[in-house]
Design a protein. Structure first.
Length: 345
């Protein structure tokens, strides 16, 4: 008696299941040929979803930016050359950051990470091997980089961890998040850990795409005026806007970085980013490095400035340095490292 009912239920649901599979397959084919339509990070086709990191670079890419620069990623999903086991004479520097570290608008060899590696190699004339690893990812906050270090630190074994984070920490909640929820990054991470099944369900495009547009229509999406206001103050926290990291959360993330670096036997170094719209300012970063005596590079001092602002010629847009801008950051970072007593002699 039960079996016929089950059979009837299965056959009644089968057409819906087949239709669902067809819709999912069709969406994935469409998004394969038009990846910029996907809703992970708007217009960034080189990333894919990740439950813990929210998004990450795709592995083994060989493509180009929209601005024409080459983009290749290695087997670890980093914009870098392949990374093998660490040798005894190798000194590793892991650079964590957002699109500047990643190197938007510049070739891989022009990023400040590679400039630093060449500067150090030339200084030591080949007597020591330096490896500067580029682990920057577009639109990342310091929270996402912290999660990355916690997941991959033991594999990469860095001697130094360099942070380049500020502007994205201050952007409004919802930037890069397709859920439409007004959550900070730590809140979003906690929800994903608590309800992992919901993230798995959201991986289906038949769920993800409609949910995204429904949230956009119902809430108006990310308020463009709010975003523009925050962007105009890039590098300075805009009052009255709930940001991806609160001041308290930003401090906690930095403390977590200290603990992680201690557990990895690594030295923490922080770069204070400079953007076209920023002026010299005090913030959580400057307060944190003073409190804990962390090696600190004030990148504002590396650029010529006028009337309190960096001369805009050093930036391609509001946030990203030119090739010469990367060169200055890389040279400044190598000089900072060479000045430290703990750096190899």
């Amino acid at each position: 008696m039960i079996f016929p009912r089950v059979k009837k239920l299965v056959f009644s649901l089968l057409p819906a299941f087949i239709l669902l599979l067809f819709a999912e397959g069709s969406l994935r084919v469409i998004l394969f040929y038009y990846p910029s339509w996907d809703v992970v990070v708007a217009g960034v086709a080189e990333v894919e979803e990740d439950r813990d990191l929210f998004w990450k670079l795709k592995k083994n890419l060989s493509t180009e930016f929209h601005s024409g620069q080459k983009l290749t990623t290695n087997r670890l999903g980093l914009r870098d050359k392949e990374i093998g086991p660490k040798s005894n004479k190798e000194f590793r520097i892991l650079c964590l950051g957002e699109s500047t570290t990643y190197g938007v608008f510049v070739e891989f060899d022009e990023t400040y990470c590679q400039v630093t590696q060449r500067q150090l190699t030339d200084k030591y004339q080949g007597t020591r091997r330096f490896r500067v690893i580029n682990a920057g990812v577009p639109a990342y906050t310091s929270f996402q980089s912290k999660i990355y270090l916690a997941k991959e630190g033991n594999r990469l074994k860095p001697d130094v961890v360099v942070l380049y984070h500020e502007g994205n920490d201050y952007l409004p909640c919802g930037w890069g998040d397709v859920s439409g929820k007004n959550e900070t990054d730590p809140e979003c991470y906690a929800r994903r850990q608590r309800w992992s099944w919901s993230w798995s369900l959201g991986y289906l495009r038949v769920v993800r795409v409609p949910a995204y547009w429904v949230s956009r229509w119902s809430s108006g999406g990310l308020d463009e005026q709010v975003f523009s206001f925050a962007w105009s103050r890039f590098g300075n926290r805009a009052p009255g806007i709930k940001t991806r990291l609160s001041e308290k959360q930003q401090w906690e993330v930095l403390e977590d970085f200290r603990s992680l670096c201690d557990s990895l036997d690594s030295q923490l170094v922080i770069i204070h980013p400079t953007y076209r719209a920023t002026r010299r300012h005090r913030c959580i970063l400057t307060q944190f490095v003073r409190t804990h005596n962390i090696p600190f590079l004030e990148s504002f001092d590396l650029f010529p400035h006028r009337a309190g602002y960096v001369i805009p010629d050093w930036f391609v847009d509001e946030a990203h340095p030119t090739v010469d801008g990367h060169r200055r950051i890389g040279e400044g970072l190598s000089e900072l490292l060479l000045s430290q007593k703990w750096f190899p002699r």
